[in-house]
Design a protein around this ligand. Structure first.
Ligand code: FE2
Length: 380
């Protein structure tokens, strides 16, 4: 068996664990926290609750909210300036993947200096980062668990994947109650992102026994609990989605992803489209493409999706993909890229950019740019 390594933050999971944030920040040495969030999380009331908790505990804080969907290099650079100017000592990220990735980018610059572009790729961060505590308010990105940080270079119109062991947060507090303020659209997009993390990492060439079980359980939970979460925001269903998202994060952080995420990253850079909005169109097409090189594993995913198997491995794999398309359609998720993108003129550039994305390296089938363009056209 090849050598594997497995990194995770301390994970504190459960309803009401949000209240432990100040204690956890103190355990990381906090006296003056940089709290990173965004206007959407403010409107949901969680930023006010976070500052109330910090105040009650006697901790100082500086608030930074220049976070947008597809977080930008400029916001990361500005946040690092604020951290230094304000003499903060611990970063607390509160929100979905965008504030958490912004916070990770800030931590990278505070610890290592330079520009965030200097660290694009795998294992470029050589120096330690300031302590990072994450509180996800969505069940999907897995950024609170992972070694990944995805930042958009606005000049080059591309998303940079920065991957390093030191980007794993110190602590992730996963309180499922924080997802109750997500609307149905955000719950759906976040969960489908988590599903793509689980499927792609399960198929990854770096998957291991330590990641495969988490990935399959994540797929199973999302298939069983996503409809009830979207329809009625049932607390039990939302809690299961938080578990599934955390499991998918454990898996993809350590096994890597595949061309679905290479394409999603590049689409986000060129079209500035939301990350969670493209996976329902891309994932079935990418699964079909990969099937040639990992049929048994695809059959495993098919069994998990359908809750049973068909007459042989190929039928089970194909059945799972078809089931997934119908599942997305029933839930109202876009199964065509044409529903979320304004035009198809950028697709050739997307396929070239995706070939360079670090997630392509761990895909089970090695693509060329023409194949990636064909996948985009098929998903159109
Ligand atoms: Fe993702």
């Amino acid at each position: 068996m090849p050598i594997t390594k497995y990194a995770l933050p301390d994970i504190i999971f459960g309803p009401g664990t949000f209240a432990r944030m100040p204690l956890c920040a103190r355990q990381l040495g906090a006296q003056r926290v940089l709290l990173v969030s965004d206007p959407g999380v403010e409107r949901a009331g969680w930023v006010e609750q976070a500052t109330d908790l910090l105040r009650a505990d006697g901790l100082e804080w500086v608030y930074y909210n220049e976070c947008v969907s597809n977080p930008r290099d400029t916001a990361v650079a500005r946040g690092a300036e604020v951290y230094r100017e304000e003499r903060a000592d611990v970063i607390v990220a509160l929100g979905g993947g965008s504030p958490i990735d912004t916070a990770k980018g800030i931590a990278a610059l505070v610890g290592n200096g330079g520009r965030i572009q200097d660290y694009e790729g795998a294992n470029k961060l050589r120096k330690p980062l300031p302590p990072l505590l994450c509180l996800p308010t969505t069940a999907g990105s897995g950024s609170d668990i992972s070694q990944f940080c995805i930042i958009t270079d606005r000049k080059r119109r591309m998303k940079m994947s920065i991957i390093s062991r030191t980007l794993t947060p110190n602590i992730s507090i996963v309180d499922p109650l924080l997802t109750h303020t997500c609307d149905a659209r955000l719950l759906l997009a976040s969960a489908i992102d988590a599903l793509a993390h689980a499927v792609e990492s399960y198929l990854s060439v770096l998957s291991s026994p330590f990641t495969e079980g988490q990935a399959l359980e994540s797929v199973d939970r999302i298939m069983r609990f996503l409809p009830a979460a979207v329809q009625d925001k049932k607390p039990e269903a939302l809690e299961r989605l938080s578990i599934a998202s955390t499991q998918a994060g454990m898996s993809f952080s350590n096994a890597g992803l595949g061309v679905g995420h290479s394409l999603a990253h590049t689409l986000g850079g060129i079209y500035d489209v939301g990350h969670g909005a493209v996976h329902s169109a891309l994932l079935p097409v990418v699964m079909e493409y990969n099937m040639r090189d990992c049929l048994e594993k695809m059959a495993g995913i098919g069994r998990c999706i359908m809750g049973g198997e068909l007459s042989n491995a190929e039928d089970t794999a194909r059945g799972g993909i078809e089931y997934l398309r119908n599942f997305f359609t029933r839930l109202g998720a876009p199964v065509r890229l044409s529903r979320v993108l304004p035009d198809d003129t950028g697709l050739p550039a997307v396929s070239v950019g995706a070939l360079q994305d670090v997630c392509t390296l761990t895909n089970p089938r090695t693509p060329h740019a023409g194949e990636l363009l064909a996948l985009c056209r098929e998903a159109w």
